[in-house]
Design a binder for this molecule. Structure first.
Ligand code: GDP
Length: 536
């Protein structure tokens, strides 16, 4: 399929298989502009025979008529246009099919939409292709998108080194990008499943191994996708039902109660033991009730359900019902989250918000901001004290009372929350981990680390203002500064932080990147970090 002139290319049949596989996997294709995302998608659609009949020919003729060279990227545009007009292969999304399963391409028309969808869970991608132009190499958005994959918890990521035809299919060009980008991805916590040298325009290594790159022995892009794990359907996950209401039977002498809600995931049958979280109370399911119908013996994900219990335990709205014997939800009041902020006012510390998760509503405060990405230009900031409109941020939230929840990697449905500011839904996100109660400092509070870029070891006014924050609640504060050697300084800082002290760390401005990386290894539940950057 490689090294042939476009006229000699034979096109595969443009017909969908008689019965497409039912298993599905969602895929998002990201990367710097013009690195070949649309071309790769168009080519995958064509080469897997997933296009509507005649579509390819139609676009080729249109290109010929308008004297434009044929581009696979036009296929995607044409499908999108049809979608906009309502004449479409599918009402929502673009699909292609391998022998194994159907792939749903999650449209990422812009950063803001993509982030909003990903964070809110409206359309979460289970896998991603990160595309890099072999000739242009790593660009700003390549890095940012790599970073986002890590932050959003997309675990199945393959890097496609595209336009290999433009670098004469040179193995060294591929290898040097693998080393350089692999190192970067390691820093942001992404372990790619592989780096595949491809040509979107020529079709190399997408669905067929490339004859022009016999030095590459790894899988094609399609084989890589087929090797990814499918998303389990919610029925196959542990049972979760946020309790919406508890109804009393009204008949005389009947003191049973119906626990009602919508099943988020899993199944429940009469005779199962249910445990309510965070209270931990448990009882056996006596009956499953159906409004206006006969009582079914079991229920499952997606159903509005009510059930009665053998014993009359106290159950309240806001708790999550789980099934004994399955992994339990967590109960926590400090949450490490990724969130997307839409509020007109920024999300700030010292202000009360309402967090809604499942059917629970609790008062919440922003404790600290770990890092922020401005979604409009994907600019990353490591030391910003608030979250502005359209920012995406990793934060720690502190709740007034513990709620039951799951982590996004375990069960997305019960890890999603929204934040309400003054009666308005102003943000939404997912719980990445439970921050746990900090316990290293004498007072059971997290240690505090302030990193200050010092010019000639002089503390400026901004840095000096960190004093009260560092010393609050009678923390012992150490000031460490000096020299160009970051490693020994850092080792000392970590020891002091672990001992419960606070540290003011002075670094040379050129050590900023290195220290910024090191601070990421600190457990945000145990160490709060602030930065003061020298004005440049
Ligand atoms: P996107 O902005 O990432 O979606 O990039 P496009 O798919 O629109 O591609 C941008 C340009 O690069 C188009 O002119 C494509 O024809 C060209 N292109 C994409 N993939 C390849 C490739 O593998 N080889 C060559 N030579 N050109 C490519």
């Amino acid at each position: 399929m490689t090294m042939v002139s476009p006229a000699a290319v034979t096109y595969p049949p443009t017909r969908l298989p008689a019965s497409p596989p039912t298993e599905r996997l969602s895929l998002v294709v990201v990367g710097h502009v013009d690195h070949g995302k649309s071309t790769i998608i168009g080519r995958l659609l064509a080469d897997t025979g997933s296009l509507p009949d005649g579509k390819l020919e139609q676009i080729r003729q249109l290109c010929a008529r308008t004297a434009r060279p044929f581009e696979y990227a036009f296929l995607l545009d044409a499908l999108k246009d049809e979608r906009a007009q309502g004449i479409t292969i599918d009402s929502a999304r673009v699909f292609f099919t391998s022998a194994k399963r159907t792939y749903v391409i999650i449209d990422a028309p812009g950063h803001i939409e993509f982030l909003k969808n990903m964070v809110s869970g409206a359309a979460r991608a289970a896998s991603a292709f990160l595309v890099i132009d072999a000739r242009e190499g790593i660009q700003e958005n390549t890095r940012r998108h790599g970073y986002l994959m890590g932050m959003l918890g997309i675990r199945q990521v393959a890097v496609l080194i595209n336009k290999m035809d433009l670098v004469n299919y040179d193995e060294r060009a591929y290898r040097s990008l693998v080393v350089e980008f692999g190192r970067f991805l390691g820093q942001v916590g992404v372990v790619p499943a592989g780096f595949i040298p491809v040509s979107g325009a020529q079709g190399d290594n997408l669905t067929e191994p490339s004859a022009a790159m016999s030095w590459y022995r790894g899988p094609t892009a399609l084989e890589m996708l087929d090797g990814f794990s499918p998303e389990p359907t919610p029925l196959e996950k542990p049972f979760r039902m946020p309790v919406q209401d508890v109804y009393k039977f009204t008949a005389q002498g009947d003191d049973r109660r119906i626990i009602a809600g919508t099943v988020e995931s899993g199944r429940l049958a009469v005779g199962d033991t249910v445990v309510f979280h965070p209270s931990g109370k448990r009882s056996r399911v006596r009956s499953i009730e159906k409004f206006n119908g006969s009582a079914p013996p079991h229920t499952g994900a997606g159903s509005a359900t009510g059930f009665t219990l053998d014993e009359q335990i106290y159950v309240a709205r806001g708790q999550i019902a789980a099934r004994e014997g399955e992994p339990a939800p967590k109960a926590a009041s400090r949450l490490a989250v990724s969130l997307f902020w839409l509020g007109k006012r920024p999300l700030v510390t010292g202000r009360d918000y309402i967090l809604k998760l499942g059917s629970a509503r609790v008062r919440a405060r922003l404790e600290s901001v770990e890092r922020v990405i401005d979604a409009s230009d994907l600019e990353l900031t490591e030391h910003k004290p608030r979250v502005d409109r359209h920012d995406v941020a990793d934060c720690i939230l502190r709740l007034k009372t513990p709620v039951a929840l799951d982590l996004v990697d375990e069960l997305a449905g019960t890890s999603r929350f929204v934040l309400v500011d003054d009666y308005e839904i102003s943000g939404g996100g997912i719980v990445r981990s439970v921050a746990g109660e900090p316990g290293r400092s004498a007072l059971g509070l997290p240690s505090r680390l302030a990193v200050v870029e010092e010019v000639e070891q002089e503390l400026d006014a901004d840095a000096a203002s960190l004093g009260p924050w560092l010393a609050a609640e009678d923390r012992v504060v150490y000031r460490l500064a000096g020299g160009r050697e970051v490693e020994p300084l850092w080792a000392a800082a970590v020891m002091l932080l672990e001992a419960g002290a606070s540290v003011l760390l002075g670094i040379a401005p050129d050590a900023r990147e290195q220290v910024s990386r090191l601070t990421r290894s600190l457990d945000p539940a145990r160490v709060e970090t602030r930065w003061v950057t020298a004005a440049s």
